[in-house]
Design a protein around this ligand. Structure first.
Ligand code: BDR
Ligand code: CA
Length: 305
């Protein structure tokens, strides 16, 4: 059984990643920390609690993390593109039924610190900017040599970015944080656009989820349809955040190369993920993916409902 903590900026593809983590029989979801990005941190907490309730996983605890990039003096407010892709509140054109659960009192960075200090038997999967994890390392530098694994949907290595020619959205939103994390000694795998743009979720997945007749299938179907219409259009879309959870579970579907990674923090390439110089780095980057296997996995989501 794979033990996971998710760190999310819960918009639509984060919600699909959350569904896999909350419902797959091979995953034990220990907790979710929230950050800003696709939405504000308040919306990320709300969407995470509501999705977990839809998925009948009210038992999973949700923690509020940082609300802004390390270098920012004010809380992050999503740009127009984020609002368009994920909808006005991060849940497409629907309003999720409200969960009665509340976020935990403990702060998200504190929770990650406490968990990393006390155990290393879980994988931390991040699907938003890396501010929470960088904050952990700034406060407790010795956690740089944490023995657990980190898997992050972030960056673009041999591929152009999706915010501009150079940068992917999660690294663009907090390049300083991403740099701290990648230049640490963490065992981290970068699941970037090099692989997430090579696989697809389809309208037919959304149709199958709706046909399950369950409330959660109907809600996820609406979310995916909205996301398809506002990203690639037509019948399909990229598989960003779910790819990180799938990698954590089935790393053999991906080809990775061990390489030091760093992040450009100045000039027009700000947010670009590039090869670093660090010796003995424990980081890897995914460069290829077995598309059929990932899409077959995604097709199985219908069996969760
Ligand atoms: C990443 O940016 C966000 O919009 C998605 O949720 C994903 O984490 C893709 O670049
Ligand atoms: Ca995300």
């Amino acid at each position: 059984m794979l033990k996971l903590i998710l760190d999310e900026d819960t918009g639509i593809d984060d919600a699909i990643a959350l569904t896999i983590a909350a419902r797959d029989k091979d995953i034990e979801l220990l907790g979710v920390t929230c950050t800003y990005g696709n939405v504000t941190v308040d919306e990320s907490v709300r969407n995470t609690l509501d999705m977990l309730s839809v998925l009948k996983r009210d038992d999973v605890k949700v923690y509020r993390g940082r609300d802004r990039a390390l270098s920012s003096s004010s809380p992050y407010s999503p740009h127009e593109a984020g609002r368009r892709i994920h909808g006005p509140k991060g849940t497409g054109d629907i309003v999720l039924p409200k969960s009665r659960q509340k976020e935990e009192v403990m702060d998200g960075v504190e929770y990650l610190k406490t968990m990393m200090e006390s155990r290393s038997d879980f994988t931390l999967v991040t699907t938003g900017p890396l501010t929470n994890l960088a904050s952990v390392l700034l406060e407790e530098p010795q956690l740089s040599s944490w023995k657990g694994k980190v898997v992050s949907m972030i960056g673009a290595f041999e591929r152009r970015g999706n915010v501009n020619e150079y940068a992917e959205a999660n690294s663009f939103k907090d390049p300083e944080a991403a740099r701290i994390v990648f230049e640490s000694d963490l065992d981290i795998t970068m699941i970037g656009l090099d692989v997430t743009e090579k696989t697809r979720l389809y309208k037919r997945n959304a149709d199958e989820w709706r046909e399950s007749g369950s409330e959660e299938g109907r809600i996820l179907s609406s979310l995916l349809s909205y996301y398809i219409d506002n990203t690639l259009g037509g019948d399909e879309t990229y598989v960003h955040d779910p790819s990180a959870v799938i990698y954590a579970l089935h790393s053999s579907y991906f080809t990775t190369i061990p390489t030091p990674i760093t992040v450009v923090t100045e000039g027009r390439e700000r947010g670009r993920t590039i090869k670093g110089r660090k010796e003995n780095a424990r980081s890897s980057v995914a460069i290829e993916v077995e598309r059929d296997k990932v899409e077959a996995f995604l097709s199985n989501i219908k069996n969760y409902f």
